[in-house]
Design a protein around this ligand. Structure first.
Ligand code: NAP
Ligand code: ZN
Ligand code: ZN
Length: 353
C-alpha cells in the first residue's frame, strides 16, 4: 500500500494509560475531494477524554490524542466539497464517519451505526492506520458530511462543548420528549449536567438538579434548575421519592443509581449518559414494582447535532467554561476528578506552540 499524502501538525497526546499528556507532532491526511481541513481554535475537555486517555474503559489504542468538542475555521476544502467554504466557522463532535447505509445511519443516528461509527479519536483510522487522533491539535481533516456549522455569533470557545456535552444531553431529552408538565431530574453538575439543566429548562420542564457538591447550588439555580437536592442528604432525597417522570444521570463515577430509581414515578425512566468505568449494581424490585426503566443514550446523530447547534444559536445557549492553556490539561483532568469544574474546561489551541 502506498503511503497517503500527509502533513504534520502539533498535538497533545499520551502513549500509555499512566503518563500525562504532552506535546508531539502527528500526521493528518491531506484533504481528499470530500474533505474539509480545519484549523482548530478551541477544544472542550470531556470526562470521556480522561476515561479514554487512562484506558479506564479498556479499549484505548495508543497514541491517544483526545478531544471531540472541536471548533475551528475551514482552512481548505477538497474539490468536491459543497457545504463549506474557506473561512467558515465549523465544529466536529465525537464521530467523523460511519457506514452511511445501515438503518441507523439512514435514520440520521450515525452514532449507533450497525457497522461501527468512526470516533473522532480512538477508532481505527482507515486511511492512515493506527488510531484516529482527536482535537487536542492545531489541525484536523474530516469528511464534509461529519462537519457541523457553528452559528457565527456564538462565543466560539463556549460553543465547543455543545459538540459533545450539548448533544449528549439534548438527544435523550428530545428522544424521550421532555417538556412542559414533566418533572425532570439531572444528576451531577459537571460538563454534561450543566448543559442538561439548560436544555431541560429551555424545553419547559420542571428541573431538579442533584449534586454531591452543596457549593454548586446557587450556580445550578442560575443555570435554570428550579430546585437543587444535595444527594448525600437522605432527608432531601426521601422528600423526592416517586415524583419524577424522567432522570438524566450524568455522573462519571460509580454511584448508587437505585437511590434515583426510587425517585421515579410509575413508568418513569432513568437515562444513563455517564459511563463509569465499573458496572453499577441495580436492585430489580424497585423497577418491577412501578414498571420503571433504566436506559442508556450515546451522543447524537449528525442531523440532531446540527438542530441542537441551530437551537443554541437562536436561543443564545452555550456552555459555562473555564478557558485553559494546552499545557494546563493534565491539571484540568485532576480537577475534573475532584468535581472541580465550572462547568467545562476548554483548551485555547493558540497556546499549543
Ligand atoms: P464531569 O464534568 O467530570 O462531571 C461529572 C459530575 O459527576 C461531577 O461534576 C459531579 O457532579 C458528579 N460526580 C463525580 N463523581 C461523583 C461521585 N463519586 N458520586 C456522585 N457524583 C459524582 O464529566 P462530564 O464530562 O460531564 O461526563 C460525565 C460522564 O458522561 C462521563 O462518564 C463521560 O465519559 C460520560 N459521557 C457520556 C457520553 C455519552 O454519549 N453517553 C458523552 C459524553 C460523556 P456534582 O459535583 O454536582 O455531584
Ligand atoms: Zn465527550
Ligand atoms: Zn451505519
Amino acid at each position: 500500500m502506498t503511503k497517503p499524502v500527509c502533513y504534520s501538525t502539533k498535538a497533545y497526546l499520551t502513549n500509555d494509560a499512566q503518563s500525562p499528556l504532552g506535546a508531539a507532532t502527528i500526521e493528518r491526511r491531506s484533504p481528499s475531494p470530500s474533505d474539509v481541513q480545519i484549523d482548530i481554535l478551541y477544544c472542550g475537555v470531556c470526562h470521556s477524554d480522561l476515561h479514554f486517555a487512562r484506558n479506564e474503559w479498556g479499549f484505548t489504542m495508543y497514541p491517544c490524542v483526545p478531544g471531540h468538542e472541536i471548533v475551528g475555521r475551514v482552512k481548505s476544502i477538497g474539490s468536491g466539497v459543497t457545504k463549506f467554504k474557506v473561512g467558515d466557522t465549523v465544529g466536529v463532535g465525537c464521530l467523523i464517519d460511519s457506514c452511511r447505509t445501515c438503518p441507523s445511519c439512514q435514520a440520521g443516528q450515525e452514532q449507533y451505526c450497525d457497522n461501527g461509527m468512526v470516533m473522532t479519536y480512538g477508532s481505527e483510522d482507515k486511511v492512515l492506520g493506527g488510531p484516529t487522533l482527536g482535537g487536542y491539535a492545531q489541525s484536523i481533516v474530516v469528511t464534509e458530511d461529519f462537519v457541523l456549522r457553528i452559528p457565527a455569533h456564538l462565543d466560539l470557545a463556549a460553543a465547543a462543548p455543545l459538540l459533545c456535552a450539548g448533544i449528549t444531553t439534548w438527544s435523550p431529552l428530545r428522544h424521550w420528549k421532555v417538556g412542559p408538565g414533566q418533572k425532570v431530574g439531572i444528576v451531577g453538575l459537571g460538563g454534561l449536567g450543566h448543559m442538561a439543566v439548560k436544555f431541560a429548562k429551555a424545553f419547559g420542564a420542571q428541573v431538579v438538579l442533584f449534586t454531591t457538591s452543596p457549593g454548586k447550588a446557587a450556580d445550578a439555580q442560575r443555570l435554570g434548575a428550579h430546585e437543587v437536592v444535595v444527594s448525600t442528604d437522605e432527608a432531601q432525597m426521601a422528600a423526592q421519592a416517586g415524583s419524577f417522570d424522567f432522570i438524566l444521570d450524568c455522573v462519571s463515577a460509580v454511584h448508587d443509581i437505585n437511590a434515583y430509581v426510587n425517585l421515579l414515578k410509575r413508568d418513569g425512566n432513568l437515562v444513563q449518559v455517564g459511563v463509569p468505568a465499573q458496572p453499577l449494581a441495580v436492585a430489580i424490585l424497585p423497577l418491577v414494582f412501578r414498571r420503571r426503566s433504566i436506559s442508556g443514550s450515546l451522543i447524537g446523530g449528525l442531523p440532531e447535532t446540527q438542530e441542537m447547534l441551530d437551537f443554541c444559536g437562536k436561543h443564545n445557549i452555550t456552555s459555562d467554561i473555564e478557558l485553559i492553556r494546552m499545557d494546563q490539561v493534565n491539571d484540568a483532568y485532576e480537577r475534573m476528578l475532584k468535581s472541580d469544574v465550572k462547568y467545562r474546561f476548554v483548551i485555547d489551541l493558540a497556546t499549543l506552540t
